[in-house]
Write a protein that binds this ligand. Structure first.
Ligand SMILES: [Zn+2]
Length: 331
């Protein structure tokens, strides 16, 4: 939904404005898992009484931009709006109420945009998978193209237009409050080559502070690196090993250990396999619906077992010009 749509819907009062209850859970008391679960359930129930998750109209009328209070008061992650709707989608999927399941996920994707948590392309694509499960193939293709366009490419990364911008805005706000131009980049194991160059340093946000390098434009938050406002002489350099100035200014060379590189390469390889399997399963659902297993999990199992049914699928798919299992078409 575009910003103008959002605004006009706000003005026409199409959205329901409701305030969130306070949770009964005392997060300062020693952790009691029964109380925690009960508080989450109670909060989820309150959410479901306030918002109608049983009709398409009801789900649509939830205003993703107005749920800050619901997010803030939730006693735990399981009862945040995004998780409630996400779980509701799974439940509708299991009971074959696909229209409702899909509507929940549309709302979930909208909610992702307002969250501080980094959601990945794969999270957004769950909607596309549900559309295919519902045999709404054209819509699935359209939605998939939109999501991929937003992420810029097929690889798993973060949308520049929401999470990254929100994150940077927050960071700059905090830095301004602290009256600093410096940020600390955290470290992450098994990150990519780029993060391997940037992790564990102090950067200048604007380039004003010449003692430190300017925060690079291609810094990304996909691999688990974070940026934290840093006050020179006051903040603890949690992630910088050694002298701040020397460490931050050293040449930008990939600092990963061979083990970290290997772990990253393996993860990438697994991601490629996962993506191929997803693509193949989507194709089978549409073009060999009678032979395709009922679920993606089922497809993965038959593929890993290399069962006879899988071999049949392979032959049929190849005959139709779409070899599956990562094999190249003969040219
Ligand atoms: Zn990275």
């Amino acid at each position: 939904m575009g910003i103008m749509d959002k605004l006009s819907r706000l003005f026409t009062g199409a959205f329901k404005h409701t305030s969130a209850p306070q949770s009964s859970f005392d997060s300062n008391a020693p952790f009691d898992s029964d109380k925690y679960l009960a508080a989450n359930q109670e909060y989820t129930d309150a959410f479901c009484r306030t918002f109608d998750l049983t009709s398409i109209e009801g789900i649509r009328s939830i205003d993703a931009a107005q749920l800050d209070e619901w997010k803030k008061n939730a006693p735990g992650v399981p009862s945040t709006p995004v998780q409630i709707l996400s779980k509701q989608a799974s439940s509708y999927h299991s009971s074959k109420q696909m229209d409702l399941a899909i509507e929940c996920l549309r709302k979930v994707n909208e909610l992702y945009d307002y969250d501080k948590f980094p959601y990945r392309q794969n999270d957004y694509l769950r909607l596309v998978r549900y559309l295919r499960d519902a045999k709404r193939f054209d819509e699935a293709r359209e939605e998939e193209a939109k999501i991929q366009a937003r992420f810029g490419h097929k690889d798993e990364t973060l949308p520049k237009d929401s999470f990254y911008i929100n994150y940077m805005e927050d960071l700059i706000r905090t830095a301004n409050v602290l009256n600093t131009d410096l940020v600390q980049a955290s470290t992450a194991p098994n990150c990519c080559e780029l993060c391997g160059k940037y992790r564990g340093r102090i950067f200048s946000l604007t380039g004003r502070d010449k003692r430190f390098p300017k925060l690079p434009d291609d810094f990304h938050l996909t691999c688990g690196l974070g940026l934290y406002a840093f006050v020179y002489g006051a903040s603890t350099p949690l992630y910088v090993k050694g002298d701040l100035l020397t460490e931050s200014k050293k040449p930008f060379v990939d600092s990963r250990t061979p083990e970290e590189r290997e772990a990253y390469a393996q993860r990438q390889q697994q991601k490629t396999i996962d993506a191929t399997d997803r693509d193949d399963y989507a194709w089978l659902q549409e073009f060999l619906p009678d032979l395709a297993p009922k679920s993606f999990g089922g497809y993965r199992r038959m593929k890993n077992l290399d069962s006879n049914n899988y071999k049949t699928l392979k032959v049929r798919a190849a005959e139709m010009g779409h070899p599956i299992g990562g094999e190249q078409a003969e040219t």
